[in-house]
Structure formats: C-alpha cells, structure tokens
Design a protein around this ligand. Structure first.
Ligand code: GAR
Length: 218
C-alpha cells in the first residue's frame, strides 16, 4: 500500500452497490487509502445498504420522496453528509439529478461514474443507445461533478469492445467489470493528491489534462 493518508469518503447510492463493494473491498484490504465514513441511499432498502452494513460502515437512508422538492432533499442530504466531514464524495449509481447548489457545495471533491465514454451517451440507457448507434467501442467514465448533468470534466475512462451478438445486458456486464477497477483507481489518485479540479480543468500531477486518461486493460 502507498503511504497516502487515508481520506474520508462518503458514498451516495441508489441501488445494487457493486461499485461500492469494489471500493469497500479495496479499503478493507488496505489497497485503497480511504475510510468509508458513510453510505447514503436515496432509496430505502436497497442492496448497497446491506453491503455497507456487512462492512461495518454506517448505512443511511434519506428517501427523496419524503421531501417537498429537490432543494429540500439536497439541504437534508448536505446536512447529513457533512456530519461525516468527507474529503471526497462519490456518486456510485446515485440516480438523482443534482442542483447547482449541491454541486457547488462539493465542487472539486465530488466524483461520478457514468457507464459510457463521455461525452457520448449522457443520461440513461447508455448500453442500449451505444448498441443502437452501432458503436464498436463503449466503456465508462469518471468525472468531476459540476452543474451540468454528466457534463463535468472527465478524468479517466475504461474502454471495452462491443462484440457481435451483444445485447444491453452482456455489454453492461463487460463495462461493469471495468467500472470496478476504474473507480478505485480514480479514488486512489484523489487520495494521493494527484487529482484536482481547477476551474473547469482537471489537473493530474499538477498538469492540465488535455484529454481523459485511459485505464489500461488487464
Ligand atoms: C453503474 O453501472 C454506474 O455506472 C451507473 O449505475 C450503475 C450502478 O451499479 N451509474 C449511472 O448510470 C449514473 N448516471 P452499482 O449500483 O452496482 O454500482
């Protein structure tokens, strides 16, 4: 393990939590210099919360349906998250659109994983859309979150081939396998102080990234 200090991580989820699991596993093994301080889901009872509990991490529910509007939900979410004083907040399958008030509050310490090679296929149903568009390559991206949906500066991407006979499920599974390597990699860089957001620009080792980094296939 590197000598990087442990950073405090809060993870926001809405469902299955397989990306969360990859992070919990690497945190537990010491490969990733993070303390997962809390996992918060906007949907009650999802599998990711159980994964957090199994790892001994506080697993919290904040049901967005119990709030009058998006700003009210986000104000409560910020209040809850900030009790854990996160150095970094990650969206790991968190399926809520966030307002600029929220993204500004966590600017420079808020990452998202998106299942496409951004800027291609923002939004939902990325695997179906990549197949319909006849793409030969697809993948996943990690980006800093800014006010624009799936539009913040991209840090690193993982590519996979689209194979003959693929359907959305086979393609999603191939991408997901890479997601589980990609998020820990970006979190590690952040924890090591190698990654920063300056304005709209990603700095990696203090150098502006002219294009996203590419994770090497294993
Ligand atoms: C992942 O494929 C992630 O990229 C995607 O949701 C899935 C969550 O899976 N995120 C988005 O689509 C965000 N727009 P998981 O709950 O098993 O980690």
């Amino acid at each position: 393990m590197s000598a990087a200090r442990k950073i405090r991580l809060v993870v926001l989820i809405s469902g299955r939590g397989s990306n969360l699991q990859a992070i919990l596993d690497q945190a537990a093994s010491g490969e990733l210099p993070v303390e997962v301080a809390a996992v918060i889901s906007n949907r009650p009872g999802v599998q990711g919360l159980e994964r957090a509990r199994q790892a001994g991490v506080p697993a919290l529910e904040l049901d967005h349906q119990e709030f009058a509007d998006r700003p009210a939900f986000e104000a409560a979410l910020i209040e809850l998250m900030d009790r854990y004083q996160p150095n970094l907040v990650i969206l790991a399958g968190f399926m809520r659109v966030l307002t600029p008030g929220f993204t500004e509050h966590y600017r420079g310490r808020l990452l998202n994983i998106h299942p496409s090679l951004l800027p291609k296929f923002c939004g939902l149903h990325t695997h179906e859309r990549a197949l319909a568009a006849g793409e030969t390559e697809h993948g996943a991206s990690i980006h800093f979150v800014t006010a624009e949906l799936d539009g913040g500066p991209v840090i690193v991407q993982a590519k996979v081939p689209v194979l003959p006979g693929d359907d959305p499920d086979t393609l999603a599974a191939r991408v997901l396998e890479q997601e589980h390597r990609l998020y820990p990699l970006a979190i590690r860089w952040f924890a090591e102080g190698r990654l920063r957001l300056a304005g709209e620009q990603v700095l990696f080792d203090d150098q502006p990234l002219v294009k996203p980094l590419r994770m090497t296939p294993c």
